[in-house]
Design a protein around this ligand. Structure first.
Ligand code: GDP
Ligand code: MG
Length: 261
């Protein structure tokens, strides 16, 4: 483990991870706009080779290096294989990306990273792990796990999303912020209640499903431990609501990172 002092004054990496359609790219746009107007402009990295149009201008864009449609043709792959292979090809050059970032680091406070639409392409690939580790070895790094709040209101869906988040926490071992997005559509209050009141969640689960209820009960206990290890914020990437709170959570998460590393 290296000393935290070597990282003091280094920019913070914010890795945006989440299920397809949870709002990672829109949240990136919001972070970018917020940092431009209120703090220092961030360094922006896009790792999604398949995105058609980005609502922000990245400093590094995987699409400049690999054309995922060409990769699909060349290697005879479907869309997911094409995206994964593109990420693998890009990762072989990630040392060059780090060189660019390192040069700019003294003038930066934040490095924000968008990941491919489908979560598992980043979270369950060697490339995702290599990129995450490479960044986290140099810079204080935080996972912003974006959740589609309106689509997570059923207790069973909520639990599977939390279990997935939990698996990413243990895989990345990085400070973790649960970002309940789209609060302009549905408030995340129900989630906060479920996360703080174990019995309320159990009751909701029982009403929702009688199937595998013992297993469900055991899993909620696992999650209780998980909840103790993270920060929760509700945001709307569209309206900007909650973004100040998000940055408060980032500051706390960075302190945690400095204690760990
Ligand atoms: P990604 O696949 O995780 O990158 O998700 P996108 O950023 O592409 O967003 C998916 C969809 O959710 C788009 O239609 C967005 O306009 C919408 N969206 C994202 N954030 C919000 C939000 O805060 N509120 C609402 N109402 N819609 C959002
Ligand atoms: Mg996206």
């Amino acid at each position: 483990m290296s000393t935290s002092s070597s990282r003091k004054g280094q920019p913070t990496v914010l890795l945006c991870i989440g299920m397809a359609g949870s709002g990672k790219t829109t949240f990136m746009q919001r972070l970018n706009a917020h940092l431009h107007s209120k703090k220092r402009p961030p360094y922006v990295i896009n790792l999604d080779p398949a995105v058609l149009k980005l609502p922000f201008t990245p400093n590094i864009d995987i699409r400049d290096t690999v054309n995922y449609k060409e990769v699909m043709k060349q290697y005879n792959l479907g869309p997911n294989g094409g995206i994964l292979t593109s990420l693998n090809l890009f990762t072989t050059k990630f040392d060059q990306v780090l060189d660019f970032v390192n040069k700019r680091a003294p003038t930066l406070d934040h490095i924000i990273v968008d990941t491919p639409g489908q979560i598992e392409i980043f979270t369950w690939s060697a490339s995702g792990a290599i990129i995450t580790d490479a960044l986290a070895a140099t810079y204080p790094s935080v996972v912003a796990y974006i959740i589609d709040t309106p689509r997570t209101t059923s207790p069973a869906t909520f639990m599977s999303n939390m279990l997935y988040a939990c698996s990413i926490l243990y895989k990345t071992k990085l400070p973790f912020i649960l970002v309940f997005n789209k609060t302009d559509v549905v408030s995340h209050e129900f989630a906060v209640q479920w996360m703080t009141d174990f019995e309320a969640f159990q009751l909701a689960l029982q009403k929702d499903t009688s199937y595998m209820s013992n297993l469900m009960n055991s899993m909620c206990m696992v999650l209780e431990e998980f909840y103790n290890n993270l920060k929760v914020v509700g945001v709307s990437a569209v309206t900007g609501e909650g973004i100040d709170e998000f940055f408060v959570a980032v500051d706390e998460a960075v302190k945690e990172y400095e204690e760990i590393y």
